[in-house]
Design a protein around this ligand. Sequence first.
Ligand code: DC
Length: 223
Amino acid sequence: METGAIPVITIDGPSASGKGTVAQLVAEKLAFHYLDSGALYRLIALIAIRSNTEPTNESAIANIALHLDVNFDGSSIRLNGENVSDAIRTEACSKLASIIASQPKVRNALLQRQRAFRQLPGLVTDGRDMGSVVFPDASLKIFLTASAEERAQRRYKQLIEKGINANIQSLLQDIYERDTRDSNRDVSPLKQGVNTKLLDTTLLSIEEAVNEVLRLYDQICKN
Ligand code: DC
């Protein structure tokens, strides 16, 4: 079977929109594979921090991207065998991931690796350019978003539940900064692409958002 015939659902959108949770649940319901493409940028950031690689050294960062030894094992992410699922979620990693994601060499270095996740019976993936660049022929493309205030609230709740101190104003500020950087970069900027359905989850629960994606996919399968 040609890879083009393997179904792909792309869920792109801004930070803290809940797209990862929704994508993972949709993948589970359909028994599809799941790719968290943001994790790849975070892993590169983690390695750059640990190896003191200068973020502006594009070739060195792209080299890290080419040689990533990563293993997605259910919900845990392993780098050279080490479980780094939490280590890649720190604010330092989030910030650096967003900076290096603006480098074309890094994005190119990740292209084939991301496309290799397209395997039977299908793939659900989330990120910023999954529908526009990585899988332009996806069966269903979603742009999942929520207001910045709602996203800051959700992140705040998550952190407090984990026992981590958080400040809503500074979270909101971080979200604005990351949105601006991700949306205004020259390569693969974050935006709703063509043939992409907008799903605003500001007033939706996770379950409602998941059901809406499944409904849209079902509609496509029937046509
Ligand atoms: O989805 P996330 O917050 O884990 O992504 C981390 C960073 O990586 C974010 O600043 C945007 C960037 N990213 C990207 O540019 N393209 C993707 N496909 C996924 C993430």
